[in-house]
Design a protein around this ligand. Structure first.
Ligand code: GDP
Ligand code: GDP
Length: 436
């Protein structure tokens, strides 16, 4: 699973600036998580051979008052889920009492803390660090988030203990089979669905104390096919105190998505698609994972409303139109049986190798049916194609002026490949290479 880092610090030290810098390579998936705090954001970043998640914890006050208390709890929860903390301070204003207070609270967590002195662009690193050494923290970095200075060496040091990222979900092992993550907002029916899929006894067996905060891998078998359910703590076991918060742990969901072959995204038919659902789907799309969509609580809809709901959801889900949509009732079991069939199909599509000769045939037929547009009077030439990866399938096209190939034409090609090679349930990516 990808390492996750929480950015903490008092207001105005530059947390969101640093967050933006650290996630700039993938800024398309930066998403607000309105259920958590006003400002808290989760984003994915990439430096060198490492991918990682960053959480901006929003304003973290040194002395929580009643109004801020909830935000503070959220921040602490984010910290508990992280593999490291970037504790940001302001080098220009120097050490403050609030910084000291935060440092004191951070020490309660048994995770690496990196003291990051920001706004240091015109300051002498040795001088500015001397003052902050009073905090007694070992890893001290000076950066300027606004000027993108010191970021690489900060992240190299932060990421050093972690192995380089690999597409670890791509391989399927005999014991684990197809790894499935079930994700969705609180109360859409994830636990009910998990219980349906696994059977009641199974859930009890695996519901061990002490696993509250960890993802659990639950193997099961259906019709000779092995699966592993990547269950997030929020689904299967709930702490009493922070129930609503713990139920929807974005980071846990993101990590489960990352580790899965196939994601089942659960929506509530009665509530339709909310912003939060759209954000989560955006993350799934970026991850490149195969996807099945389960519209749950279908039993609760008046039969006369169903067509309308189907139509509206279909429109809103158009951006993930590669995914099969299933209308289910986790409570009564209807439609649940077909979900695993869709999972199999999606996994097969994500994973199956495509013959190069056939691929070239299909490409050239597609060009013949509908040639690419001219660029400044010259045709774009697509010469040949091969598969460059799985999970999701990547097709590499070599040609001339391919960078000018319009999105609409790329979509046309993707749709053609999807149809001809029956690639339902997985996103498809194109990589365009100019030969000259
Ligand atoms: P947050 O409240 O901790 O999220 O802080 P922001 O990211 O919103 O930054 C607060 C202010 O500090 C903004 O005006 C930023 O432009 C400024 N700022 C952030 N990083 C730097 C930096 O490296 N140098 C300087 N001089 N200003 C910075
Ligand atoms: P989670 O927070 O996503 O794990 O959701 P739960 O599985 O705890 O379900 C939330 C509520 O929705 C519970 O009261 C369930 O009984 C109810 N629920 C779950 N699935 C269905 C369904 O298919 N139909 C109906 N009518 N209610 C359901």
């Amino acid at each position: 699973m990808l390492p996750t880092f929480a950015i903490v610090g008092r207001p105005n030290v530059g947390k969101s600036t640093l967050f933006n810098v650290l996630t700039k390579t993938r800024n398309a998936i930066v998403a607000n998580e309105p259920s958590l705090t006003r400002d808290r954001q989760v984003g994915r970043g990439h430096i060198g051979t490492h991918d990682y998640w960053v959480i901006d914890t929003g304003g973290l006050e040194g002395e929580p008052d009643a109004m801020n208390e909830l935000i503070t709890q959220h921040a602490w929860l984010a910290i508990q889920e992280a593999q490291g903390v970037l504790f940001l301070v302001d080098g220009r204003s120097g050490l403050t009492a609030v910084d000291e207070n935060i440092a004191g609270q951070l020490r309660r967590f048994n995770i690496p803390i990196h003291l990051v002195i920001n706004k240091a662009e015109n300051l002498l690193p040795e001088l500015v660090s001397a003052e902050f050494q009073l905090l007694g923290l070992e890893n001290i970095h000076t950066i300027s988030a606004a000027h993108r200075w010191g970021i690489d060496s900060l992240m190299e040091s932060v990421l050093a203990p972690f192995p380089p990222s690999s597409n670890e979900a791509a391989d399927i092992s005999a014991e684990e089979g197809i790894k499935i993550a079930i994700v969705g907002r609180p109360n859409v029916g994830k636990s009910t669905l998990v219980n349906r899929l696994l059977g009641y006894e199974r859930v009890i067996t695996f519901d061990q104390p002490g696993t509250t905060r960890d993802s659990i891998f639950v193997p099961f078998e259906r019709e000779g096919q092995r699966y592993t359910l990547i269950d997030t703590a929020g689904v299967r076991r709930r702490a009493k105190v922070f129930e609503t918060i713990e139920k929807f742990s974005v980071i846990k969901a993101l990590q489960a998505i990352e580790a899965a072959h196939v994601v089942i995204m659960v929506l509530d038919a009665q509530e339709g698609m909310t912003d939060q659902d759209a954000h989560l789907l955006g993350h799934i799309l970026t991850s490149g994972r195969a996807l099945v969509i389960a519209i749950n609580k279908w039993d609760g809809l008046e039969p006369s409303h169903r067509e309308q709901v189907r139509y509206h959801l279909g429109r809103k889900l158009h951006f993930v139109n590669f995914a099969q949509i299933h209308y289910i009732s986790a409570l009564h079991g209807s439609g649940v049986g077909q979900l695993l069939g869709a999972v199999n199909t999606a996994w097969q599509a994500a994973h199956q190798p495509i013959n190069t000769a056939q691929l070239n045939q299909v490409l050239h037929q597609a060009i013949k049916n509908h040639p690419p547009p001219l660029v400044r009077g010259r045709p774009i030439k697509l010469r040949y194609i091969h598969q460059g990866g799985h999970h999701p399938p990547v097709f590499v096209i070599h040609g001339n002026q391919v960078n000018a190939l319009p999105d609409s034409y790329q979509r046309y090609l993707i749709n053609t490949f999807r149809e001809v090679f029956a690639l339902a349930g997985t996103p498809i990516r194109l990589e365009l290479k100019s030969g000259t």
